[in-house]
Ligand binder design. Sequence first.
Ligand code: AGP
Length: 372
Amino acid sequence: SAAEKGGYDYFMLKEIAEQPKAVADTLLGRIDASGSLTLDEVRIPVSVLREVDKVVIVACGTAYHAGMIAKLAIEHWTRIPCETELASEFRYRDPILDQRTLVVAISQSGETMDTLMALRHAREQGAKVLAICNTNGSTIPRESDAVLYTHAGPEVAVASTKAFLTQLVACYLVALYLGQVRGTKWGDEIQAVIRELSDIAAAVDTVLETMEPVRELARSLAEKNTVLFLGRHVGYPVALEGALKLKELAYMHAEGFAAGELKHGPIALIEKDLPVVVVVPSPRGRSVLHDKIVSNIQEIRARGARTIVIAEEGDEAVVPYADHLIRIPATPTLLQPLVATVPLQVFACELATARGNEVDQPRNLAKSVTVE
Ligand code: AGP
């Protein structure tokens, strides 16, 4: 009913709008007055977490994209090797797991069969499993050693939005917590990031307030057949997520690439007027990466692509090469997906509407996939 949708036409719109609150709720009660993390609910003893020598993340779809970003955060902040794998592939390759492996299973519903089977396999091999989940008391947390709930509130639309942002926040918390209990040399940076995380809800709000041009752009592309998405580092999973949203909602051919891979093949796809969304990393800090992506934008534009550039506020280097420029607030490098994903959600939702598709219940899809 309209009341359930809080005045929005679709649950998806409501859930996109709820993201600042959802993100704040994921953090709630987990940072103490001194700026340290208190994750008592992670019932895996600190002594065990200190011995972990490998982290393996398993998930599907959007949750897998969160896991790809989590890998970068975990390795950067903890220096523990981490791999992220599609849950549906995981157990079929006889993965190397033991008592010192921490497996993180990410699932909004907590009922995804592929993820459940992956975690059962991990526990059989003696690994500890931590679930990141949005649904209280669901199967995945019940079968895990510990759970960190995302507290996003119920997500009804099939296309995942607020669950993704809150999964990211939970992943950052896990990464930072591992860093904290292990006392890594990134101590100061960890404290600073914890502070920055507390400001992120406001940044997401800022993005939401500036989405009208994105909706307009989406409507103007309703007749297109293909949209490509490019990113590097944390922007690569964001590109994959933007493409997935467009597939499931707009039923368009959409693909995400690591921008550095363009020259190894995908650049052959570029033709006149092809819309290409590029997620640009911050020019601060990792400026090498930023410069590389600016030349990628130049390359595709020289071949006729219509460039849709998502770039940090104040990044002037991209301006000459952007046919459409979508601004996002400056954030620390690893946190950028929290703001960069939001325009892609709005973009896909508006394109679905413009193409007359059912937004909350796309064809052929179920909210939770309880078969393998
Ligand atoms: C995302 O928009 C999807 N509908 C889908 O990829 C989803 O993220 C995936 O099925 C995993 O679901 P889960 O988080 O409930 O395990």
